[in-house]
Design a protein around this ligand. Sequence first.
Ligand code: UD2
Length: 470
Amino acid sequence: VETTSPGETARARAESAGQGHLFAHWDQLDAAARERLVQEVDGVDFGLVAELVQLLSHEPSASNVGGGDELQPPELFPLQRDMADESRAEEARSTGGELLADGKVGYLLVAGGQASRLGYDGPKGDYAIGPVSGWTLFQYHARRLLAARQRYGAATPWYVMTSRANHDTTLRIFAENDFFGLPEEDVRFFTQAMVPAVDFDGRILMSGPGELFLAPNGHGGSIAAFADSGALADARARGLEHLSYFQVDNPLARPADPLFLGLHARAQAGMSSKVVSKRDPGEKVGVLGRVGGRMGCIEYSDLPESLRDARDADGQLSFRAGNIAIHALALDFVEALSSGGLQLPWHVAKKEMKVWGAGGPTTTPGAKFETFVFDALGKSESSVTLEVERAVEFSPVKNAEGDDSPATCQRDLCRLFSGWAEAAEREPPETTLEGVPAVEVDPLFAEDREAFLARAPTEPESRSGGHLYR
Ligand code: UD2
């Protein structure tokens, strides 16, 4: 009886999909490398790859908000509030506080990205960002969640999305740090799917002689992966109703915000967003808008210049609702979105890629494919857009230098915290960071200015790097 080896089956599948070159180096691979290649090829959805390749020649309008000129600014729950807004805010805070105290909210952190622009070799969450403390992004997030636990007394789970490239390291970091003080059973990891990158002829690229060039499928992959990994079932079993979604790159993210969660829940929204006013037309954030009654987000690279620069009567940017990638998602919405597979549109990123060619390492123009979680906004019947203060809630670490870099983030943290210290009439430290007193406040010490003022008589720890209130 003739049997087919797994290698032959995988090769036959690849060949019939026109991707036989994946086995070009087979003869040079040892047994372990062959096994790994077969495993990778087995994981490829060649039907999906064929669909993605179609996008190379005619990508449909890159966002779900259509052509662009019908885009309308979104209705905001504004930062400047009149009395009616303020009383709505009060009610919302109390609803949100109840949801948090009743354990109806889970946290969802997306940390599957590759930190390539930052040029950091490791999970971005492990990057030390605390200007005085040296705490990492993961530590910052964990301390905020611990603070929320103390405040609301609920055993709220934290779902952390990784990708294959950083999953093991992320787990190790959490374990080595005793889950940053959180109970291990309340921290759950799940991994997003990967998709192959291709060249402009639609051939899947290789990153080694026996390795496919695979890239994470974008943060939109969090929705399907949340369901497929069993996290959704876990969330159901725990009685959760909403997820509070945030990105690893922003140490100021406040996942336990009763106002935001309350507004979202009271509007019976499927998915809601926080925004800040864009600081200038060129800022690299997506903008939220409305098309045909539905919310959407146009990625900065897709926003036509005429809209990007448009100003309204009082001189403000018309499309200034900058997406800071903090969302509230109803669990029912997540479930509807994930049943029947990932229904988010694919975006193409064409770039020069470091690949393994016929003769070894080389570069070639190619394309990666990603889905974006904010494309789900268009599928939400109702959606709240809450405007928040940039200085308090948004300073991401994206680039090694320049805008949105560790330097700007640390400066922003010091600016915020030294402002609190100044309001409490505390002596500033001698050390400064780009002219700003080096003051840092542990989220466990005080989550906001008000809480800080209430605790202000406490002395800071004086370190060589500045003052740390903890
Ligand atoms: C994102 C938004 C932008 C704006 C900004 C706010 C996109 C495409 N653009 O810009 O509109 O809201 O953030 O900060 O999102 N991630 C994964 N898996 C992936 C890809 C990304 O987990 O496959 C995570 C990543 O770890 C990071 C976050 O998503 O925490 C942001 O991803 P990005 O750096 O690709 O997005 P960026 O900075 O272009």
